[in-house]
Design a protein around this ligand. Sequence first.
Ligand code: SAM
Ligand code: SF4
Length: 365
Amino acid sequence: MLQDETQYDVPVKSSGSEQKSVVSTPSNLPPLQDRFGRTFDYVRIAITEKCNLRCTYCMPEEGVALKTKDEILTDDEILRLIRVLASIGIKKVRFTGGEPLVRKEIVKLVEGAAQTPGIKGIHLTTNGILYDRYAKDLREAGLTGVNISLDTMDPERFQTITRRAGVETVQRAIDMAIEVGMPRVKINVVLMRGFNEDELYKFTELTREKPVTVRFIEFMPFDAHQIWESGVHFASAESLVHQIEEFYPGIQNAPGTRTEHHTFQAPGYKGKIAVIPAFTRSLCGNCSRIRVTADGSIRNCLYSDLEYNLRDAMRAGASDDDMIALFRKAFAEKAKDGFESKKQSAAKKVKVSDIGRVSMTQIGG
Ligand code: SAM
Ligand code: SF4
């Protein structure tokens, strides 16, 4: 069975300085790099825009206008793009969405990715609602990591944030991921002042007995509902780190991934705690991610609205080399960081709404 061999762990606290890596690829083609020396070896693929929850910070209550089935990449197109990317050094794949488990072919996609030479880690980001149906099959198919999103352990608050019931189902999903022997289990918590910040300690305490990483993610203003302008506020990565250090005096730094601002482990605890500066963007220098939307557009940054239409190119007969050329173009044009990406999109007068994307479900969180 595929074990996660992606070398994403970095020693202790990251400084945000740019990565330096020497990368070889299975094809001996040059790896995917940008003009700032960053190497991209991790692709996040949204496999659907549909979702069975309606998180207030992500989706409007009525949902978003969905693309037709024909507009979404097929299984074969997804597996082809993974194979092509693997040839230029991509080692890690994450399936996301929308909610990736509403796409019934998920096990087949994981299996196909696991059989692709060069792919060393396959991960999933899910809200956990449907996870029990697939937990065992996904592990057997080669899934090596699962991030389960859970912002609160309180049933009423869960209903408020997701507009659906299901907190126990998600909690069970976390235990099930551990039980099936998933090598990496992470819990994604979007921390919001005035909403769930008081649960920070409850979440960090999960790491006492569970071998999971609890990741506190800064809230980003991507929602179609302007929750940003309501009573709910942003809690900065620095303020979260400060609170964690207060809860656990003398807590040690632990190895984390390139985009985890700080990773900690309390003495004697089985799991880890991490903070993700998604909004403050202090780790853009470490970026290694390629994003592909469910309808097949390449995005070189979460904060960029520039898109490169891979799906139409593939459907018009693009060769593998043509596909690689499109990825290289997209990453040659990548801005230095998320702030510059926003400016770049503004300068080119591209707006998310013009390309029909008003929610993280359409960008691929
Ligand atoms: N449906 C899956 C899930 O919720 O895990 C995968 C897609 S979701 C868009 C991926 C991640 O993005 C989730 O952990 C979610 O909490 C996070 N997310 C969505 N909107 C966000 C926002 N405005 N700010 C911060 N994180 C957000
Ligand atoms: Fe759905 Fe995930 Fe967005 Fe929540 S965060 S609405 S679960 S896609």
